[in-house]
Design a protein around this ligand. Structure first.
Ligand code: PLP
Length: 346
């Protein structure tokens, strides 16, 4: 078994939802405005269960990580959200650095994996890890077999002509997943060679999706042969009955510490802290899998790795420098460079 930080471990845009009162809900205890950047099914399950457990009415808005950061920034003088639940860790770190979120120490921190608390410490106690997941390739086994295309095993494979027009990835302006992929390649290859790789890869890309989960869903539907995605999402599609498999790159790959932050100036601070504490508990973390079939690695030590979920302890991971790549200026610089040199290519 490889050793890494995990080795010891045993869409739609602006989609809004107000959770209707449920039978058996306790008396109303105020309101929570929840910004959510995991898959919609998990966002809905979190909102519904938290409301049922506490009586706090939840208004939930689901958007990608980059889009949520942009919204929180735009609303900085007049915050409308209270808690940001989920999404890749880098934009949560950028929000912390730009004073868009606030410090909080939950009594439930004691139940968390070390990597979740590393994120918390690095963010000045403003963002905590709630799950982790690795980047890799998802592919449609039937589509590739029909076209007699061998599945990719390495980053280098994706540049081969056999994948022309067959690969989909997300746009880093809206998607945290896409930013993790860029930061991974820069860390693996160095910045110049990383961008050289991304420019060459562009020739094989058929679309840059808005959300990080768009490409793997396109793989499942047979609209594209290969996606660059979090590999746990490939298993989600396989479990839903689609001919999907995944591989993690032979050269090594990056990963996310999916995070949670309380927004600075939250109008419902008591409810926000209540949600934050709740989201770190074992039953809440089990919900990702049990209520919505999601397969991230939970950060609560008592929440088991869901059956069939990729085991991060077995994947060759880069030593992802979250402090560097989560810095607001670095994130902005790399995304602007991508816009200039890759996204603008014909
Ligand atoms: N959905 C899942 C299952 C994820 O693991 C993540 C990453 O945190 C996201 C969505 C984030 O999506 P996006 O790349 O659109 O920010």
């Amino acid at each position: 078994m490889r050793t890494n930080a995990f080795a010891t471990l045993a869409a739609g845009f602006g989609l809004g939802l107000t959770v209707a009162a449920l039978p058996g809900t306790v008396a109303a205890q105020g309101t929570l405005n929840l910004y959510c950047s995991v898959q919609i099914e998990w966002c809905q399950a979190a909102a519904t269960n938290f409301q049922r457990d506490t009586g706090i009415r939840v208004n939930m808005t689901q958007r990608g990580s980059g889009e949520t950061l942009a919204a929180i920034r735009a609303e900085g003088q007049n915050p409308r959200g209270d808690v940001w639940f989920g999404g890749t860790g880098d934009p949560h770190l950028a929000a912390a650095e730009d004073n868009l979120s606030q410090a909080y120490e939950s009594p439930n921190n004691t139940y968390l994996q070390p990597w979740a608390l590393t994120q918390w410490n690095q963010s000045g106690k403003r963002a905590v890890g709630i799950y982790a997941g690795a980047v890799g390739f998802g592919f449609n086994t039937e589509l590739l077999a029909r076209k007699t295309i061998d599945a990719p095993a390495c980053w280098a494979d994706l540049l081969e002509p056999r994948f022309k027009g067959e690969i989909q990835v997300a746009n880093p302006n809206s998607s945290g997943t896409a930013y993790v992929i860029i930061a991974t390649l820069v860390q693996l290859l160095g910045e110049e060679q990383g961008f050289d790789y991304l420019k060459k890869l562009h020739a094989n890309i058929n679309a840059y999706a808005r959300s990080g989960t768009g490409p793997i869903k396109a793989v499942a539907r047979g609209e594209t042969g290969v996606s660059l995605s979090f590999v746990h999402d490939a298993v989600v599609e396989k479990n839903a009955g689609f001919p999907v498999a995944y591989a993690t790159p032979c050269e090594g790959t990056g990963y996310e510490i999916g995070s949670m932050s309380i927004i600075r100036g939250a109008r419902n601070l008591t409810q926000a802290r209540r949600f934050y504490d709740w989201a770190l508990t074992e039953p809440a973390q089990r919900l990702g899998y049990e209520a919505s079939g999601q397969l991230q690695t939970p950060s609560n030590k008592g929440a088991p790795l869901p059956p069939g979920a990729p085991d991060l302890g077995q994947i060759k991971l880069v030593e992802y420098d979250f402090a560097k790549y989560g810095r607001a200026a670095e994130r902005r610089r790399l995304i602007e460079r991508w816009d200039r040199e890759v996204g603008s290519l014909p």
